[in-house]
Design a binder for this molecule. Structure first.
Ligand code: DX5
Ligand code: ZN
Length: 218
């Protein structure tokens, strides 16, 4: 299990996206890319052409969080654009087995996300399907929201489940993560930490990543 800080580019300056990504490249091995469809969530963010434009900028893994009602239609174009992992929402796919197979057939790793109101029991039967389980710590749709600490009990449950099955599934937490709460998320069992505003709104994004890494590993 490797701890990863995954900057969410949603908080970057889109007019200078390549520069923003380059600036922290080499300090992280994964970027979190939020794709919003204006339907599953009340916001629109970015899509395939932006991902394709960023692909030559970094070798880091592209962790694509698909806040969409029909993500499966985009798996192949996402893979062609350079995405590595596609996370879809259990709220969209109450039986996620077929969509997991579709993602893998397109050459993508598969992640499954649950929103704050969705209990861990809903995702528990599907943990084995996943390369990554995403526990949302804000209601999806916008960056810069406050961390919902109640979801940490779900992170604990996810960690127990993954360990009891002897799996190496990543447990990701997304929303409101910064230097003040990242350690609690790690202690609950998360190992992938999405950080948007705490990285890209910092005066020094590299220093922000370094302090979060110290808080996780120190
Ligand atoms: C929210 C997105 C998050 C968001 C995180 O819908 O899924 O990935 O970009 O941003 P911060 O870290 O600012 O909460
Ligand atoms: Zn996200």
């Amino acid at each position: 299990m490797t701890n990863q800080i995954a900057p969410s580019i949603l908080a970057a300056d889109f007019a200078r996206l390549g520069e923003e990504v380059s600036r922290v490249d080499g300090h992280v091995n994964m970027f979190h890319i939020d794709v919003m469809d204006g339907h599953f969530v009340p916001n629109i963010s970015l899509g395939i052409p932006v991902i394709a434009s960023l692909r030559p900028v970094t070798k880091a893994k592209f962790d694509c969080h698909l806040m969409m009602t029909n993500p499966e239609s985009y798996f192949e174009p996402l893979r062609e654009a350079g995405a590595d992992l596609a996370t879809v929402h259990l709220e969209v796919f109450p039986n996620p087995k077929p969509v997991a197979a579709q993602a893998r057939a397109a050459g993508l790793e598969f992640g499954l996300a649950i929103n704050p109101p969705t209990p861990f029991a809903a995702i528990e039967p599907y943990v084995e399907l996943c390369d990554l389980v995403l526990i949302m710590s804000v209601n999806p749709g916008f960056g810069g929201q406050s961390f919902i600490a109640d979801v940490l009990t779900k992170v604990e449950a996810a960690r127990k489940k993954v360990d009891s099955l002897g799996l190496s599934t990543d447990i990701e937490i997304d929303g409101g993560i910064g230097v003040d709460n990242i350690r609690r998320a790690r202690d609950a069992g998360a190992n992938v930490f999405v950080a948007g505003s705490s990285v890209f709104n910092a005066d020094d994004p590299v220093a922000a990543i370094d302090s979060m890494r110290k808080a996780v590993e120190g």
